[in-house]
Design a protein around this ligand. Structure first.
Ligand SMILES: Cc1cc2nc3c(=O)[nH]c(=O)nc-3n(C[C@H](O)[C@H](O)[C@H](O)COP(=O)(O)O)c2cc1C
Length: 313
């Protein structure tokens, strides 16, 4: 499966595993890269030393390209940006802001820069600053989200920029991948589907909660604070939404979610923690290896594209 993304990144399949904070460690990243996709270490709120260690461990497990996702709000973002250069990481994806200030350093070091965007305006700005591709992430995604759906965002970003576009948000199988190609994307990024990967080191309670989620099981907290986050419905999300409706202060709301993702991922507290997952969770119920996930998604995408082309001539 050759696309502009496989060519750009030197990978076999245009499948990128989302760099999920607390979830995507070097085990997962290496497994995805070994399977022919692009694995990402989710640096999230990690200190720079830990990111360096994760990169070192990932290199010990795979010779294939892998990347790091950096959350630009991380207080250690400068040091992590430098670590990416020092340690010869091939790809960086960025969330929560604009990576402009690191762009020239990364480009000089030959790092491929792929910002995550939720609007056409940001996609165009990133292209102007030298991004190699963008991830256009729709609001169906798990975690921090924008407003537009994948269906409307991807084609508009594709029309607005000349660099390749990776679609994210709501893609959980080969049908989703085929649909993303039809919208003009050159690759897909999946987060929720990889939550159930065998190589994903999260508490089993988290995996079980995702596996049994239905199509209408996600809720969005934080719309009033300007930081919307999609999570699976639980006692915490219900309380959060009630507080938001009652006009609670920013501090009160923050207090409720502080350390919430860690609580769910590490402690397995899926009642009071933030069980981040996308709307596609309703479709995701199989625990498989990364290699099985990638093969199944790619094979199904090829099959549905063949079937549809026969159907419509
Ligand atoms: C648990 C979880 C944590 C995430 N953390 C991050 C993150 O730290 N940085 C980031 O850019 N995206 C993050 N995301 C978004 C994913 O990288 C990916 O773009 C998204 O999950 C794709 O949509 P999907 O969930 O429908 O597959 C996270 C998603 C999940 C489910």
């Amino acid at each position: 499966m050759k696309t502009r993304i496989t060519e750009l990144l030197g990978i076999d399949y245009p499948v990128i595993q989302g760099g999920m904070a607390w979830v995507a460690d070097y085990h997962l990243a290496a497994a995805v890269s070994e399977a022919g996709g692009l694995g990402l270490i989710g640096a999230g709120g990690m200190p720079a030393d830990l990111v360096r260690e994760q990169i070192k461990q990932c290199k010990a497990l795979t010779d294939k390209p892998f990347g790091v996702n950096i959350m630009l709000l991380n207080p250690d973002a400068d040091a992590i940006a430098q670590a990416i250069v020092d340690m010869g990481v091939k790809v960086v994806t960025t969330g929560a802001g604009s990576p402009e200030k690191y762009m020239s350093m990364w480009k000089e070091a030959g790092v491929k820069v792929i910002p995550v965007v939720a609007s056409v305006a940001l996609a165009k700005r990133m292209e102007r600053y030298g991004a190699d591709a963008v991830v256009a992430e729709g609001t169906e995604s798990g975690g921090h989200i924008g407003e537009l759906t994948t269906m409307v965002l991807v084609p508009q970003v594709v029309d607005a920029v000349n660099i390749p576009v990776i679609a994210a948000g709501g893609i959980g199988d080969g049908r989703g991948m085929a649909a993303a190609f039809m919208l003009g994307a050159s690759g897909v990024q999946m987060g929720t589907r990889f939550l159930l990967a065998t190589e994903t080191n999260i508490h089993q309670n988290y995996k079980d909660r995702v596996a049994k989620a239905s199509d209408i099981d996600t809720q969005v907290t934080g719309r009033t604070t300007g930081h919307p986050v999609r999570i699976l419905r639980n006692a915490m999300s219900r309380q959060y939404l009630k507080l938001e409706k009652d006009g609670a202060s920013f501090e009160e709301l923050e207090h409720l979610t502080l350390g919430g993702l860690r609580k769910a991922v590490v402690d397995g507290d899926v009642k009071n923690g933030s069980v981040m997952a996308g709307q596609i969770a309703g479709l995701v119920d199989k625990q498989q290896t990364c290699a099985q996930i990638i093969c199944e998604v790619v094979d199904e995408a090829k099959q549905v594209m063949r079937e549809r082309s026969v159907l419509f001539g």
